[in-house]
Design a protein around this ligand. Structure first.
Ligand code: CTP
Length: 399
């Protein structure tokens, strides 16, 4: 999950530093943007260090003119929070003014925008501020109410920015985080392996890795530590310090990596589309177009899920995937037994909207004693069904 923390010029800016740390602790990616005045209260270096990302204050870099695009920032974010939000920024937001990077981003952000006001009690209670907050609230901006207490002005009253931990918890709840898999190590194989013919050609398949990425996102949102053994994928990975990506190309390399990481894992999802065969010999130099006929001799690749099934220990779960051209589930049941899997996710190319290249999928979860069919859904929703099934049915085995 990606959050923009927008800092404005209030003494409560120091709390924004704690907020960033709290969000990072919850594995939320953070980018900080700041108004010029907020730099008087806290340094961009502090915020950059805590967020592990560069901080943007101006719309462009004065040194080299490179552009800090409020549009791409707004598209990157799953949530933007202005914390602390001064009376001045709140009033400009209410008027739609865009005279700094924070305000520009407020206007262009497609994700929900939240505001955590911080100011003196009289400024907060002023009719103008209250009207502005009501305007923002009516537009769907969420106001994180300030709390009462001792204020920097020496006065006591409402105006203290909500505590960073409280805000971070609200953000976590908003994202629906559920730490069911906290502390669990999960292996995911994904993508299409490439089997080299010569330095410029390979055998591969149409898999995009989208299903594997959707599973990874779901696992991360449940707090798991994920080891992704990735062949070629066509979609980007989520940003997370809990995600370890091991890039491989061929089935052989995937097997080597699996041997290394499988023993650590509590559960494995074999979503990779592994080429069943590879050229017996791959040419060191480019094969020239000088033959009227050319035969490629192929040899069988290792079956990674089968090999892991052989060394699977007590309490280790393995989940396979079976894409078939036929709608017959019995092929999947056979693979479940042969590969010593706990469940296999079966889908058939005979169902429209299922298979390579689609954003949707229609699955049946096959276990040794059950078949559960699901409707056609987006791959993200399918991933949620799969991970929830595994957590709900086997969590006890994982403990
Ligand atoms: N699999 C694997 N290594 C292989 C082939 C398959 O790990 N060399 C895994 C896949 O990731 C998937 C499951 O085994 O989870 C089933 O893959 P599939 O290609 O459907 O099965 P195969 O055993 O290759 O059988 P076939 O191609 O004959 O249908």
């Amino acid at each position: 999950m990606n959050v923009i923390v927008a800092v404005t010029g209030s003494i409560a800016a120091y709390k924004a530093a704690v907020l960033v740390r709290e969000l990072r602790k919850r594995d939320i990616s953070v980018r900080v943007i700041m108004t010029p005045k907020s730099k008087d209260f806290i340094s961009p270096l502090t915020m950059a260090t805590l967020s592990s990302n560069p901080v943007a204050v101006e719309n462009f870099s004065p040194e080299n003119g490179s552009w800090n695009s409020h549009i791409s920032l707004g598209l990157w974010a799953d949530l933007m929070i202005v914390a602390p939000a001064t009376a001045n920024t709140i009033s400009k937001m209410a008027c739609g003014i865009a005279d700094n990077l924070v305000l520009d981003t407020c206007l262009s952000c497609r994700a929900p925008v939240w505001v955590a006001p911080a100011m003196d009690v009289d400024m907060y209670e002023n009719v103008a501020t209250q009207d502005n907050l009501r305007t923002l609230s009516l537009r769907g901006i969420r106001i994180i109410e300030p709390v009462s207490g001792f204020l920097a002005s020496g006065l006591t009253g409402k105006g203290r920015m909500a505590e960073p931990e409280v805000i971070a918890n609200e953000i976590e709840t908003f994202f629906g985080f559920n730490r069911k898999l906290k502390g669990k190590k999960i292996l995911v194989t994904l993508g299409a392996t490439r089997e080299k013919i010569d330095p410029v050609r390979f055998i591969s398949n149409y898999s995009t890795g989208r299903m594997g990425i959707a599973i990874i996102k779901q696992l991360l949102s449940y707090g798991a530590e994920v080891y992704a053994i990735a062949a070629k994928t066509e979609v980007g990975f989520p940003e997370s310090s809990f995600l370890h990506i091991i890039n491989v190309e061929s089935a052989d390399q995937m097997l080597d990596a699996a041997k290394q990481y499988f023993p650590l894992s509590d559960c494995s999802f074999f979503t990779a589309a592994v080429a069943d065969y590879r050229p017996k010999c791959s040419s060191e130099s480019k094969i020239k177009r000088k033959y009227s006929d050319l035969s490629l001799e192929l040899v069988a690749n290792p079956d990674i899920s089968f090999e892991m099934g052989k060394i699977k220990g007590k309490g280790q779960l393995t989940i396979g995937f079976a894409l078939e051209t036929s709608p017959d589930c019995s092929l999947a049941s056979e693979k479940l037994r042969n590969k010593n899997l706990d469940a296999i996710i079966f889908n058939s190319l005979s169902d429209s909207g299922a298979g390579f290249g689609f954003d949707t999928n229609k699955i049946t979860i096959v276990t040794s004693d059950n078949h559960i069919s699901f409707d056609l859904k987006s791959k993200d929703e399918v991933a949620k069904d799969i991970v929830n099934f595994v957590v709900d049915n086997y969590l006890n085995q994982l403990d």
